[in-house]
Design a protein around this ligand. Structure first.
Ligand code: 4AD
Ligand code: MG
Length: 499
């Protein structure tokens, strides 16, 4: 018999003797009792050690925080304990540990936490985010697998750019220069001509000098590509895809989302049909008086929200001060840290907002929709919005111009609500050889590294298209995180490639 039980399964073992393996993540002593919090990746368990088992008591009293431990004891239902079950410990063994675990429960700055990302990952908040990420990745694969797509892994070393030469990472490749993949798309187009419906799911790299809360230099993208698909097909697929991701998170990770303080009602509103607007309509919406008035009202409301949150912080701090139960103290500490972070972000946001409101009013047809414009746009809708037909100068060379208006391309961006902005970008592709060559020439691109890509337009070209969804942007939105840095285990940002 395997004597070890996971914390998640403890309710089924109530009254039996079991062993737990994990890490000591908190401790409170009250006279003859020690309340040790142990986590094992499946949950956190409050473990009670009594002075009448002196050996266990002595070990539990001295074990440094974050020691690896093995406990033997009996789980019993107790509604006062977190998770509704408490372990009564007979034996307490430390496998390894030492004093001085760098991350204390007190608040740390973002830089400190990022430097200790390898340890920060152990926190309840970070493990909740990692599980949501896992669920979204699995749901994305399931979505395409169930629809008859074949997974095709595309190369990471690539000879040229697909998303603009400005964001390429060059790599020295046995005396030649190649680049890290910005997308798998061009290769996926080749695979779509072989298999019909394909997708890739891998790491992609952008050397953008953008230090924003939405940009990583290394991120994961899932990209479907479909032969004989046109823009309306892509919009329908993107809508169904986003809905399935949100449903999976709500179904499988409700507890984690709640732990993160996510407003679940906002996610439950994500259902078809998504509003579909053109870039031109989006530009008019941005400039309109109605939008302007609405933004001003929202700004006032957010200022009031700031005051409320500050009041709530003071309340929490007072409660923390008088709280005696260790696990409630821990919970309050987490809440306080999260609220402080939120307040800081809100303050910065409020400081920048008046300038954004002004720039929206001055938006000109032909300007690209940047993060600030997307934030403003998506605040007007209660679900994701699909924006199509951008000016061609804003978009990549491979996008097909609209037959009825060659100034715009047959593209789609899906913008997530609540100010999150673009999570999907895609398009119908230029499938005509001459038109594609002309566009590449216009962009000043050397056709040589793309000869193989042009072959796809020489031998059996068909209308086709696809899109890419950034996993980290999607995790940030679904978890309700302000900044993308927490959505990936080891983020790569400008100025950060460690640990
Ligand atoms: O809009 P993008 O650049 O589209 C493409 O790469 C296409 N080749 C995809 C395709 O049609 N097959 O990127 C797609 C998505 C964005 O909507 C965003 O979610 C994410 O990738 N993304 C980033 N995520 C984090 N950091 C960055 N720097 C990102 N750049 C794009
Ligand atoms: Mg894009």
């Amino acid at each position: 018999m395997n004597p070890y039980a996971h914390i998640r399964d403890l309710p089924a073992h109530a009254g039996e003797t079991v062993e737990l393996r994990g890490w000591l993540c908190g401790r409170r002593t009250s006279g003859k009792l020690i309340f040790a919090l142990v986590r094992d990746g499946t949950g956190v368990c409050q473990c009670v050690v009594e002075a009448k088992t002196p050996d266990a008591f002595a070990v539990a009293e001295r074990a440094p925080l974050e020691s690896s431990v093995i406990l033997r004891g009996v789980p019993r239902a107790d509604e006062r304990a977190p998770g509704g079950i408490e372990m009564h410990v007979a034996d307490f063994t430390v496998i390894q540990g030492r004093e001085g675990y760098p991350i204390a429960r007190k608040e740390h700055g973002v830089d400190f936490l990022m430097n200790h990302r390898h340890l920060w990952l152990r926190s309840l908040r970070q493990t909740a985010i990692l599980r949501v990420r896992h669920t979204l990745v699995a749901a994305a694969r399931r979505f395409f697998d169930e629809r008859g797509f074949t997974l095709v892994d595309t190369p990471i070393f690539q000879p040229g750019a697909a998303e603009g030469a400005g964001s390429l990472f060059p790599v020295e490749y046995f005396g030649e220069r190649v680049y890290l993949a910005q997308t798998g798309q061009l290769y996926l187009e080749a695979a779509a001509m072989a298999l019909g419906r394909v997708y890739c799911f891998g790491p992609t790299f952008r050397a953008e000098k953008s230090k924003t809360r939405r940009h990583l230099t290394e991120f994961w993208m899932v990209e479907p590509e479909i032969a004989f698909a046109e823009l309306p097909d892509l919009m329908d697929l993107a809508e169904a895809f986003v809905c399935q991701l949100v449903e999976a998170a709500l179904r499988e990770r409700r507890d984690d989302l709640q732990r993160l303080g996510r407003d679940l009602a906002a996610l439950e509103r994500v259902a078809p049909p998504f509003p579909r607007i053109t870039y031109t309509e989006a530009a008019e919406l941005l400039r309109s008086d109605a939008t302007h008035q609405r933004l001003v009202v929202e700004l006032e409301a957010d200022r009031a929200r700031l005051t409320d949150s500050m009041r709530r912080l003071a309340e929490l701090e007072a409660r923390r001060h008088s709280e005696t139960k260790a696990w409630r103290q821990d919970k309050l500490d987490d809440e306080i840290a999260a609220l402080r972070e939120e307040l800081r972000e809100l303050e910065t946001d409020l400081a920048n907002r008046p300038a954004h409101i002004e720039s929206a009013r001055r938006f000109q047809w032909g300007d690209d929709l940047g993060g600030d414009e997307e934030t403003i746009l998506t605040r007007q809708f209660d679900r994701p919005v699909i924006v199509t037909r951008y000016p061609r100068q804003c978009k990549a060379f491979y996008m097909k111009p609209a037959p009825d208006d060659p100034r715009v391309v047959l593209n789609l961006d899906v913008l997530a609500p609540e100010g999150y902005g673009e999570i999907i970008g895609g398009s119908q592709r230029e499938d005509d050889l001459d038109a594609l060559c002309a566009r590449m020439k216009e962009e000043g691109m050397d056709p040589e590294p793309y000869e193989w890509y042009l072959d796809l337009r020489r031998y059996g070209s068909v209308p086709h298209g696809g899109f890419g969804l950034g996993i980290e942007r999607t995790v940030a939105w679904i978890c309700g995180l302000r900044h993308i840095r927490e959505t990936i285990p080891f983020p790569r940002l400008i100025g950060r490639a460690t640990p």
